[in-house]
Design a protein around this ligand. Sequence first.
Ligand code: ADP
Length: 473
Amino acid sequence: MREACLIGGEWVTAERWMEVDDPATGAIIGRVPMMDAAATGRAIAAAQAAMGEWAARPAKARADILRRFFDLVRANRAALADLMVAEQGKPRAEALGEIDYAASFLEWFAEEARRAYGEIVPAHAADKRIMVLKQPVGVVAAITPWNFPAAMVTRKIAPAVAAGCGVVVKPAPQTPFTALALAALGEEAGLPPGLLNVVTGDAAEIGGVLTASPIVRKISFTGSTGVGALLYGQSAATIKKLSLELGGNAPFIVFDDADLDAAVEGAMASKFRNAGQTCVCANRIYVQGAVYDAFVERLTHAVEGLSVGAGTEEGVSIGPLIDAAAVAKVERHIADAMALGGRVLAGGERHARGGRFFQPTVIRDVTPAMLITREETFGPVAPVIRFDTEAEVVAMANATDFGLAAYFYARDMSRIWRVAEAIEAGIIGVNTGLISTEVAPFGGVKMSGLGREGSHHGLDDYLELKYVCLGLD
Ligand code: ADP
Protein backbone atom coordinates (compact mmCIF):
# COMPACT_ATOMS: atom_id res chain seq x y z
CA MET A 1 0.00 0.00 0.00
CA ARG A 2 1.64 3.19 -1.23
CA GLU A 3 0.56 6.66 -0.17
CA ALA A 4 2.39 8.20 -3.12
CA CYS A 5 2.09 8.48 -6.89
CA LEU A 6 4.46 7.04 -9.46
CA ILE A 7 5.69 9.69 -11.88
CA GLY A 8 8.76 9.29 -14.07
CA GLY A 9 9.96 6.33 -12.01
CA GLU A 10 9.79 8.25 -8.69
CA TRP A 11 7.28 7.79 -5.88
CA VAL A 12 6.12 11.34 -5.16
CA THR A 13 3.63 13.12 -2.90
CA ALA A 14 1.96 16.52 -2.80
CA GLU A 15 0.99 19.06 -0.17
CA ARG A 16 -2.69 18.23 -0.41
CA TRP A 17 -4.14 14.77 0.21
CA MET A 18 -7.37 12.86 -0.31
CA GLU A 19 -8.61 10.19 2.06
CA VAL A 20 -9.77 6.72 1.12
CA ASP A 21 -12.27 4.85 3.25
CA ASP A 22 -13.45 1.29 3.82
CA PRO A 23 -17.03 1.06 2.52
CA ALA A 24 -17.86 -1.58 5.14
CA THR A 25 -17.04 0.64 8.11
CA GLY A 26 -16.52 4.15 6.80
CA ALA A 27 -13.12 4.16 8.52
CA ILE A 28 -10.28 5.97 6.77
CA ILE A 29 -7.74 3.41 5.56
CA GLY A 30 -5.20 5.81 4.12
CA ARG A 31 -4.63 8.81 1.92
CA VAL A 32 -3.20 9.57 -1.50
CA PRO A 33 -1.64 12.79 -2.75
CA MET A 34 -3.63 15.26 -4.84
CA MET A 35 -1.29 15.78 -7.74
CA ASP A 36 -1.83 18.99 -9.68
CA ALA A 37 -1.82 19.90 -13.37
CA ALA A 38 1.96 20.36 -13.44
CA ALA A 39 2.55 16.89 -11.96
CA THR A 40 0.16 15.40 -14.53
CA GLY A 41 2.17 17.14 -17.25
CA ARG A 42 5.36 15.58 -15.85
CA ALA A 43 3.75 12.16 -15.99
CA ILE A 44 2.79 12.67 -19.64
CA ALA A 45 6.32 13.84 -20.49
CA ALA A 46 7.82 10.85 -18.66
CA ALA A 47 5.59 8.44 -20.56
CA GLN A 48 6.61 10.01 -23.84
CA ALA A 49 10.31 9.95 -22.95
CA ALA A 50 10.20 6.30 -21.87
CA MET A 51 8.20 4.88 -24.74
CA GLY A 52 10.64 5.43 -27.62
CA GLU A 53 13.24 3.04 -26.31
CA TRP A 54 10.54 0.65 -25.03
CA ALA A 55 8.74 0.46 -28.39
CA ALA A 56 12.06 -0.17 -30.12
CA ARG A 57 12.72 -3.29 -28.05
CA PRO A 58 11.90 -6.59 -29.71
CA ALA A 59 8.35 -7.71 -28.94
CA LYS A 60 9.74 -10.71 -27.06
CA ALA A 61 11.64 -8.42 -24.68
CA ARG A 62 8.45 -6.46 -23.90
CA ALA A 63 6.53 -9.70 -23.58
CA ASP A 64 9.04 -11.11 -21.07
CA ILE A 65 8.57 -8.14 -18.75
CA LEU A 66 4.79 -8.27 -19.03
CA ARG A 67 4.99 -11.97 -18.23
CA ARG A 68 7.07 -11.19 -15.13
CA PHE A 69 4.46 -8.57 -14.17
CA PHE A 70 1.80 -11.32 -14.50
CA ASP A 71 3.84 -13.66 -12.29
CA LEU A 72 4.24 -10.95 -9.64
CA VAL A 73 0.52 -10.19 -9.56
CA ARG A 74 -0.16 -13.89 -9.10
CA ALA A 75 2.49 -14.16 -6.40
CA ASN A 76 0.91 -11.21 -4.55
CA ARG A 77 -2.64 -12.37 -5.16
CA ALA A 78 -3.75 -12.54 -1.52
CA ALA A 79 -2.27 -9.18 -0.51
CA LEU A 80 -3.76 -7.44 -3.54
CA ALA A 81 -7.16 -8.96 -2.78
CA ASP A 82 -7.00 -7.79 0.85
CA LEU A 83 -6.14 -4.26 -0.27
CA MET A 84 -9.05 -4.32 -2.70
CA VAL A 85 -11.51 -5.54 -0.09
CA ALA A 86 -10.39 -2.73 2.22
CA GLU A 87 -10.95 0.05 -0.29
CA GLN A 88 -13.74 -1.38 -2.45
CA GLY A 89 -15.71 -3.67 -0.13
CA LYS A 90 -16.37 -6.71 -2.32
CA PRO A 91 -16.33 -10.18 -0.72
CA ARG A 92 -12.81 -11.58 -0.49
CA ALA A 93 -13.57 -14.53 -2.79
CA GLU A 94 -14.69 -12.09 -5.48
CA ALA A 95 -11.58 -9.97 -4.90
CA LEU A 96 -9.37 -13.01 -5.42
CA GLY A 97 -11.30 -13.77 -8.60
CA GLU A 98 -10.78 -10.22 -9.79
CA ILE A 99 -7.02 -10.41 -9.19
CA ASP A 100 -6.90 -13.54 -11.34
CA TYR A 101 -8.96 -11.79 -14.01
CA ALA A 102 -6.71 -8.72 -13.80
CA ALA A 103 -3.60 -10.89 -14.09
CA SER A 104 -5.07 -12.67 -17.12
CA PHE A 105 -4.82 -9.47 -19.17
CA LEU A 106 -1.10 -9.21 -18.40
CA GLU A 107 -0.57 -12.79 -19.51
CA TRP A 108 -2.77 -12.45 -22.59
CA PHE A 109 -1.18 -9.25 -23.86
CA ALA A 110 2.32 -10.57 -23.10
CA GLU A 111 1.39 -13.25 -25.62
CA GLU A 112 -0.32 -10.86 -28.06
CA ALA A 113 2.64 -8.44 -28.01
CA ARG A 114 4.43 -10.87 -30.33
CA ARG A 115 1.57 -11.04 -32.82
CA ALA A 116 1.26 -7.42 -33.96
CA TYR A 117 1.75 -8.62 -37.50
CA GLY A 118 1.76 -6.12 -40.34
CA GLU A 119 0.83 -6.86 -43.95
CA ILE A 120 2.27 -6.94 -47.43
CA VAL A 121 -0.43 -5.81 -49.83
CA PRO A 122 -0.45 -6.76 -53.53
CA ALA A 123 0.43 -3.40 -55.08
CA HIS A 124 -1.49 -1.32 -57.58
CA ALA A 125 1.52 -0.91 -59.93
CA ALA A 126 4.37 -3.16 -61.14
CA ASP A 127 7.03 -0.83 -59.75
CA LYS A 128 5.52 -0.45 -56.29
CA ARG A 129 5.49 -2.55 -53.15
CA ILE A 130 3.10 -1.87 -50.29
CA MET A 131 3.64 -2.70 -46.64
CA VAL A 132 1.48 -1.99 -43.61
CA LEU A 133 3.28 -1.57 -40.30
CA LYS A 134 1.63 -1.58 -36.87
CA GLN A 135 3.09 0.97 -34.49
CA PRO A 136 2.17 2.14 -30.98
CA VAL A 137 -0.50 4.81 -30.95
CA GLY A 138 1.53 7.04 -28.59
CA VAL A 139 1.07 8.05 -24.97
CA VAL A 140 -2.12 6.60 -23.49
CA ALA A 141 -4.14 8.05 -20.62
CA ALA A 142 -6.14 5.40 -18.74
CA ILE A 143 -8.96 6.62 -16.50
CA THR A 144 -10.46 3.82 -14.44
CA PRO A 145 -13.48 3.21 -12.17
CA TRP A 146 -13.83 1.88 -8.62
CA ASN A 147 -15.91 -1.24 -9.25
CA PHE A 148 -13.02 -3.33 -10.60
CA PRO A 149 -9.98 -1.55 -9.15
CA ALA A 150 -7.46 -4.07 -10.56
CA ALA A 151 -8.96 -5.53 -13.73
CA MET A 152 -9.90 -2.19 -15.28
CA VAL A 153 -6.30 -1.03 -14.81
CA THR A 154 -4.62 -4.10 -16.32
CA ARG A 155 -7.16 -4.34 -19.15
CA LYS A 156 -5.83 -0.95 -20.30
CA ILE A 157 -2.16 -0.92 -19.32
CA ALA A 158 -1.39 -4.45 -20.56
CA PRO A 159 -2.34 -3.85 -24.23
CA ALA A 160 -0.85 -0.34 -24.12
CA VAL A 161 2.51 -1.51 -22.80
CA ALA A 162 2.45 -4.59 -25.07
CA ALA A 163 1.94 -2.31 -28.08
CA GLY A 164 4.86 -0.13 -26.97
CA CYS A 165 2.99 2.82 -25.47
CA GLY A 166 3.77 4.87 -22.37
CA VAL A 167 0.83 5.21 -19.97
CA VAL A 168 -0.57 7.63 -17.41
CA VAL A 169 -3.21 6.02 -15.18
CA LYS A 170 -5.72 8.05 -13.21
CA PRO A 171 -7.50 5.59 -10.91
CA ALA A 172 -10.85 6.22 -9.23
CA PRO A 173 -10.57 8.25 -6.01
CA GLN A 174 -12.38 5.50 -4.07
CA THR A 175 -9.84 2.79 -5.03
CA PRO A 176 -6.39 4.21 -5.79
CA PHE A 177 -4.37 1.79 -3.65
CA THR A 178 -4.93 -1.24 -5.88
CA ALA A 179 -3.75 0.74 -8.92
CA LEU A 180 -0.69 2.01 -7.04
CA ALA A 181 0.15 -1.50 -5.83
CA LEU A 182 -0.08 -2.79 -9.41
CA ALA A 183 2.25 -0.02 -10.55
CA ALA A 184 4.77 -1.03 -7.88
CA LEU A 185 4.66 -4.60 -9.22
CA GLY A 186 5.11 -3.33 -12.77
CA GLU A 187 8.17 -1.43 -11.62
CA GLU A 188 9.50 -4.56 -9.92
CA ALA A 189 8.86 -6.57 -13.10
CA GLY A 190 11.23 -4.27 -14.97
CA LEU A 191 9.08 -1.76 -16.81
CA PRO A 192 11.45 1.13 -17.57
CA PRO A 193 11.08 4.21 -15.31
CA GLY A 194 8.41 6.58 -16.62
CA LEU A 195 6.69 4.08 -18.88
CA LEU A 196 3.86 3.51 -16.41
CA ASN A 197 2.75 6.46 -14.28
CA VAL A 198 -0.09 6.69 -11.79
CA VAL A 199 -1.53 10.07 -10.84
CA THR A 200 -4.18 10.60 -8.15
CA GLY A 201 -6.03 13.82 -7.43
CA ASP A 202 -8.87 15.97 -8.68
CA ALA A 203 -10.48 14.10 -11.61
CA ALA A 204 -11.57 17.15 -13.57
CA GLU A 205 -8.19 18.87 -13.23
CA ILE A 206 -6.15 15.79 -14.19
CA GLY A 207 -8.66 14.80 -16.90
CA GLY A 208 -8.43 18.31 -18.32
CA VAL A 209 -4.64 18.08 -18.64
CA LEU A 210 -4.74 14.57 -20.10
CA THR A 211 -7.33 15.46 -22.73
CA ALA A 212 -5.79 18.83 -23.67
CA SER A 213 -2.29 17.43 -24.13
CA PRO A 214 -1.28 16.93 -27.77
CA ILE A 215 1.21 14.29 -26.54
CA VAL A 216 -1.55 12.03 -25.22
CA ARG A 217 -2.78 10.28 -28.36
CA LYS A 218 -5.36 8.03 -26.79
CA ILE A 219 -7.78 8.08 -23.88
CA SER A 220 -8.95 4.74 -22.56
CA PHE A 221 -11.80 5.31 -20.14
CA THR A 222 -14.13 3.06 -18.18
CA GLY A 223 -16.87 4.76 -16.20
CA SER A 224 -20.14 6.62 -16.54
CA THR A 225 -21.57 7.67 -19.88
CA GLY A 226 -21.72 11.28 -18.72
CA VAL A 227 -18.00 11.49 -17.99
CA GLY A 228 -17.24 9.46 -21.15
CA ALA A 229 -19.13 11.99 -23.27
CA LEU A 230 -17.29 14.84 -21.53
CA LEU A 231 -13.90 13.26 -22.26
CA TYR A 232 -14.96 12.58 -25.86
CA GLY A 233 -15.74 16.28 -26.26
CA GLN A 234 -12.56 17.40 -24.53
CA SER A 235 -10.53 15.13 -26.82
CA ALA A 236 -11.96 16.63 -30.00
CA ALA A 237 -9.53 19.54 -30.22
CA THR A 238 -6.52 17.21 -30.37
CA ILE A 239 -8.30 14.44 -32.37
CA LYS A 240 -7.43 11.66 -29.96
CA LYS A 241 -8.34 8.04 -30.32
CA LEU A 242 -10.79 6.89 -27.67
CA SER A 243 -11.75 3.63 -26.06
CA LEU A 244 -14.84 4.22 -23.97
CA GLU A 245 -16.39 1.52 -21.84
CA LEU A 246 -19.46 3.21 -20.42
CA GLY A 247 -22.72 2.42 -18.71
CA GLY A 248 -25.00 -0.48 -19.58
CA ASN A 249 -28.62 -1.40 -18.99
CA ALA A 250 -28.40 -5.13 -19.52
CA PRO A 251 -31.58 -7.07 -20.31
CA PHE A 252 -31.74 -10.66 -19.01
CA ILE A 253 -34.46 -12.60 -20.83
CA VAL A 254 -35.93 -15.95 -19.79
CA PHE A 255 -37.97 -17.64 -22.53
CA ASP A 256 -40.51 -20.31 -21.72
CA ASP A 257 -38.33 -23.07 -23.21
CA ALA A 258 -35.41 -22.22 -20.89
CA ASP A 259 -33.94 -24.45 -18.21
CA LEU A 260 -35.41 -22.46 -15.31
CA ASP A 261 -32.94 -23.56 -12.65
CA ALA A 262 -30.05 -22.64 -14.92
CA ALA A 263 -31.73 -19.30 -15.64
CA VAL A 264 -32.08 -18.56 -11.92
CA GLU A 265 -28.44 -19.47 -11.37
CA GLY A 266 -27.37 -17.24 -14.28
CA ALA A 267 -29.51 -14.35 -13.06
CA MET A 268 -27.99 -14.63 -9.58
CA ALA A 269 -24.45 -14.61 -11.00
CA SER A 270 -25.11 -11.74 -13.36
CA LYS A 271 -27.23 -9.60 -11.04
CA PHE A 272 -25.52 -9.91 -7.68
CA ARG A 273 -21.81 -10.01 -8.48
CA ASN A 274 -20.06 -7.10 -6.77
CA ALA A 275 -23.43 -6.30 -5.08
CA GLY A 276 -24.85 -5.42 -8.49
CA GLN A 277 -22.17 -2.83 -9.14
CA THR A 278 -20.90 -3.86 -12.57
CA CYS A 279 -21.69 -2.42 -15.98
CA VAL A 280 -22.67 -5.89 -17.24
CA CYS A 281 -25.01 -6.75 -14.34
CA ALA A 282 -28.51 -7.79 -15.39
CA ASN A 283 -30.50 -4.59 -14.89
CA ARG A 284 -33.88 -5.69 -16.29
CA ILE A 285 -35.05 -9.30 -16.00
CA TYR A 286 -37.75 -10.21 -18.54
CA VAL A 287 -39.58 -13.50 -18.05
CA GLN A 288 -42.13 -15.04 -20.42
CA GLY A 289 -45.69 -15.39 -19.07
CA ALA A 290 -45.85 -19.20 -18.76
CA VAL A 291 -42.78 -19.39 -16.50
CA TYR A 292 -43.04 -15.99 -14.79
CA ASP A 293 -44.42 -17.08 -11.43
CA ALA A 294 -42.16 -20.12 -11.17
CA PHE A 295 -39.07 -18.07 -12.02
CA VAL A 296 -39.92 -15.30 -9.56
CA GLU A 297 -40.49 -17.83 -6.80
CA ARG A 298 -37.17 -19.60 -7.38
CA LEU A 299 -35.28 -16.34 -7.75
CA THR A 300 -36.73 -15.03 -4.49
CA HIS A 301 -35.72 -18.23 -2.73
CA ALA A 302 -32.16 -17.92 -4.05
CA VAL A 303 -31.92 -14.25 -3.07
CA GLU A 304 -33.08 -15.03 0.47
CA GLY A 305 -30.05 -17.31 0.72
CA LEU A 306 -27.54 -14.52 0.10
CA SER A 307 -25.60 -13.27 3.06
CA VAL A 308 -24.74 -9.62 3.50
CA GLY A 309 -21.61 -8.49 5.29
CA ALA A 310 -18.14 -7.02 5.13
CA GLY A 311 -15.91 -8.45 2.41
CA THR A 312 -13.50 -9.66 5.07
CA GLU A 313 -16.10 -11.95 6.71
CA GLU A 314 -16.40 -15.64 5.86
CA GLY A 315 -19.24 -16.75 3.60
CA VAL A 316 -20.39 -13.26 2.62
CA SER A 317 -21.87 -12.92 -0.86
CA ILE A 318 -23.00 -9.27 -0.83
CA GLY A 319 -20.69 -6.54 0.46
CA PRO A 320 -21.52 -2.88 1.11
CA LEU A 321 -22.25 -0.44 -1.70
CA ILE A 322 -19.45 1.93 -2.57
CA ASP A 323 -20.89 5.10 -1.01
CA ALA A 324 -23.98 6.82 0.39
CA ALA A 325 -25.01 8.11 -3.05
CA ALA A 326 -25.14 4.53 -4.35
CA VAL A 327 -27.46 3.54 -1.48
CA ALA A 328 -29.67 6.56 -2.15
CA LYS A 329 -29.99 5.65 -5.85
CA VAL A 330 -31.07 2.10 -5.03
CA GLU A 331 -33.67 3.44 -2.58
CA ARG A 332 -34.96 5.88 -5.19
CA HIS A 333 -35.37 3.15 -7.79
CA ILE A 334 -37.23 0.86 -5.36
CA ALA A 335 -39.53 3.64 -4.15
CA ASP A 336 -40.40 4.57 -7.74
CA ALA A 337 -41.11 0.93 -8.64
CA MET A 338 -43.34 0.47 -5.59
CA ALA A 339 -45.24 3.68 -6.32
CA LEU A 340 -45.97 2.40 -9.84
CA GLY A 341 -47.23 -1.04 -8.76
CA GLY A 342 -44.08 -3.12 -8.25
CA ARG A 343 -44.24 -5.68 -5.42
CA VAL A 344 -41.18 -6.35 -3.28
CA LEU A 345 -40.75 -10.08 -2.58
CA ALA A 346 -37.38 -9.97 -0.84
CA GLY A 347 -35.30 -7.19 0.71
CA GLY A 348 -36.32 -3.69 -0.38
CA GLU A 349 -34.58 -1.79 2.37
CA ARG A 350 -31.24 -0.88 3.87
CA HIS A 351 -29.72 -3.77 5.78
CA ALA A 352 -29.97 -3.86 9.56
CA ARG A 353 -26.17 -3.50 9.74
CA GLY A 354 -26.61 0.12 8.63
CA GLY A 355 -23.95 2.07 6.81
CA ARG A 356 -23.77 1.23 3.13
CA PHE A 357 -25.23 -2.26 3.42
CA PHE A 358 -28.38 -2.97 1.45
CA GLN A 359 -30.63 -6.03 1.41
CA PRO A 360 -30.61 -8.03 -1.82
CA THR A 361 -33.98 -7.33 -3.36
CA VAL A 362 -36.47 -8.90 -5.77
CA ILE A 363 -39.35 -6.86 -7.21
CA ARG A 364 -42.12 -8.41 -9.31
CA ASP A 365 -44.74 -6.82 -11.58
CA VAL A 366 -42.17 -4.35 -12.85
CA THR A 367 -43.07 -2.39 -16.00
CA PRO A 368 -41.01 -0.48 -18.57
CA ALA A 369 -42.38 2.78 -17.18
CA MET A 370 -40.35 2.39 -13.99
CA LEU A 371 -37.04 4.16 -13.42
CA ILE A 372 -35.45 0.85 -12.44
CA THR A 373 -35.70 -0.45 -16.02
CA ARG A 374 -34.57 2.78 -17.65
CA GLU A 375 -31.49 3.63 -15.56
CA GLU A 376 -28.62 1.45 -14.43
CA THR A 377 -29.41 0.71 -10.76
CA PHE A 378 -25.88 -0.43 -9.85
CA GLY A 379 -27.09 -2.19 -6.74
CA PRO A 380 -28.43 -5.56 -5.52
CA VAL A 381 -31.95 -5.24 -6.91
CA ALA A 382 -33.57 -7.67 -9.35
CA PRO A 383 -36.64 -6.21 -11.10
CA VAL A 384 -38.70 -8.83 -12.93
CA ILE A 385 -40.91 -7.88 -15.90
CA ARG A 386 -43.45 -10.17 -17.61
CA PHE A 387 -43.56 -10.49 -21.40
CA ASP A 388 -45.56 -12.50 -23.92
CA THR A 389 -43.84 -12.71 -27.30
CA GLU A 390 -40.29 -12.84 -28.61
CA ALA A 391 -40.85 -9.78 -30.81
CA GLU A 392 -42.17 -7.82 -27.82
CA VAL A 393 -39.22 -8.66 -25.57
CA VAL A 394 -36.62 -7.93 -28.25
CA ALA A 395 -38.24 -4.51 -28.77
CA MET A 396 -38.20 -3.87 -25.01
CA ALA A 397 -34.60 -5.05 -24.70
CA ASN A 398 -33.53 -2.64 -27.45
CA ALA A 399 -35.57 0.30 -26.16
CA THR A 400 -32.56 1.89 -24.46
CA ASP A 401 -29.70 4.16 -25.42
CA PHE A 402 -27.29 1.56 -24.07
CA GLY A 403 -25.92 -1.65 -25.54
CA LEU A 404 -23.20 -3.29 -23.49
CA ALA A 405 -24.21 -6.78 -22.32
CA ALA A 406 -27.45 -8.73 -22.79
CA TYR A 407 -28.37 -12.23 -21.65
CA PHE A 408 -31.05 -14.71 -22.54
CA TYR A 409 -32.01 -18.26 -21.68
CA ALA A 410 -33.65 -20.41 -24.35
CA ARG A 411 -33.19 -23.86 -25.88
CA ASP A 412 -34.71 -23.51 -29.32
CA MET A 413 -31.75 -23.17 -31.69
CA SER A 414 -33.51 -20.98 -34.24
CA ARG A 415 -34.66 -18.65 -31.49
CA ILE A 416 -31.15 -18.50 -30.06
CA TRP A 417 -29.76 -17.28 -33.38
CA ARG A 418 -32.65 -14.88 -34.05
CA VAL A 419 -32.48 -13.22 -30.65
CA ALA A 420 -28.66 -13.12 -30.49
CA GLU A 421 -28.63 -11.31 -33.83
CA ALA A 422 -31.53 -8.96 -33.02
CA ILE A 423 -30.37 -7.62 -29.68
CA GLU A 424 -28.37 -4.43 -29.88
CA ALA A 425 -25.44 -5.11 -27.56
CA GLY A 426 -21.72 -5.71 -27.83
CA ILE A 427 -21.82 -8.82 -25.64
CA ILE A 428 -24.49 -11.54 -25.54
CA GLY A 429 -24.63 -14.30 -22.94
CA VAL A 430 -26.80 -17.20 -24.11
CA ASN A 431 -27.64 -19.63 -21.31
CA THR A 432 -24.92 -18.07 -19.15
CA GLY A 433 -24.74 -15.12 -16.83
CA LEU A 434 -20.96 -14.81 -16.84
CA ILE A 435 -19.30 -13.41 -19.94
CA SER A 436 -16.05 -11.72 -18.86
CA THR A 437 -12.81 -13.25 -20.12
CA GLU A 438 -9.57 -11.85 -21.46
CA VAL A 439 -9.85 -13.92 -24.66
CA ALA A 440 -13.07 -12.29 -25.93
CA PRO A 441 -13.69 -8.71 -27.14
CA PHE A 442 -15.43 -6.74 -24.39
CA GLY A 443 -17.24 -3.53 -25.27
CA GLY A 444 -20.53 -1.93 -26.15
CA VAL A 445 -22.58 -0.35 -28.91
CA LYS A 446 -24.75 2.81 -28.86
CA MET A 447 -24.05 4.95 -25.80
CA SER A 448 -22.22 2.11 -24.04
CA GLY A 449 -19.02 3.05 -25.77
CA LEU A 450 -16.33 2.70 -28.38
CA GLY A 451 -13.70 0.06 -28.96
CA ARG A 452 -13.11 -3.42 -27.58
CA GLU A 453 -10.91 -4.55 -24.70
CA GLY A 454 -9.29 -7.97 -24.41
CA SER A 455 -9.01 -10.55 -27.22
CA HIS A 456 -6.66 -10.10 -30.17
CA HIS A 457 -8.75 -7.06 -31.17
CA GLY A 458 -7.79 -5.40 -27.89
CA LEU A 459 -4.22 -4.83 -29.03
CA ASP A 460 -5.33 -3.08 -32.23
CA ASP A 461 -6.92 -0.30 -30.19
CA TYR A 462 -3.38 0.68 -29.10
CA LEU A 463 -1.77 0.41 -32.55
CA GLU A 464 -1.75 2.72 -35.56
CA LEU A 465 -1.47 1.44 -39.11
CA LYS A 466 1.29 2.95 -41.19
CA TYR A 467 1.30 2.24 -44.90
CA VAL A 468 4.68 2.32 -46.62
CA CYS A 469 4.72 2.59 -50.41
CA LEU A 470 8.06 1.56 -51.87
CA GLY A 471 8.86 2.61 -55.42
CA LEU A 472 11.24 0.27 -57.28
CA ASP A 473 13.77 1.30 -59.97
P1 ADP B 1 -18.74 6.50 -11.25
O1 ADP B 1 -20.02 7.27 -11.29
O2 ADP B 1 -18.89 5.06 -11.39
O3 ADP B 1 -17.80 6.89 -10.15
P2 ADP B 1 -17.29 8.13 -13.09
O4 ADP B 1 -17.49 8.16 -14.56
O5 ADP B 1 -17.64 9.34 -12.31
O6 ADP B 1 -18.06 6.84 -12.62
O7 ADP B 1 -15.79 7.76 -12.73
C1 ADP B 1 -14.95 6.95 -13.51
C2 ADP B 1 -13.57 7.57 -13.54
O8 ADP B 1 -13.67 8.84 -14.18
C3 ADP B 1 -12.97 7.85 -12.16
O9 ADP B 1 -11.58 7.63 -12.23
C4 ADP B 1 -13.27 9.31 -11.96
O10 ADP B 1 -12.41 9.94 -11.06
C5 ADP B 1 -13.06 9.81 -13.37
N1 ADP B 1 -13.67 11.13 -13.65
C6 ADP B 1 -14.79 11.66 -13.12
N2 ADP B 1 -14.98 12.91 -13.61
C7 ADP B 1 -13.97 13.16 -14.47
C8 ADP B 1 -13.60 14.28 -15.30
N3 ADP B 1 -14.33 15.39 -15.34
N4 ADP B 1 -12.47 14.17 -16.04
C9 ADP B 1 -11.73 13.04 -16.01
N5 ADP B 1 -12.03 11.97 -15.25
C10 ADP B 1 -13.13 12.02 -14.50
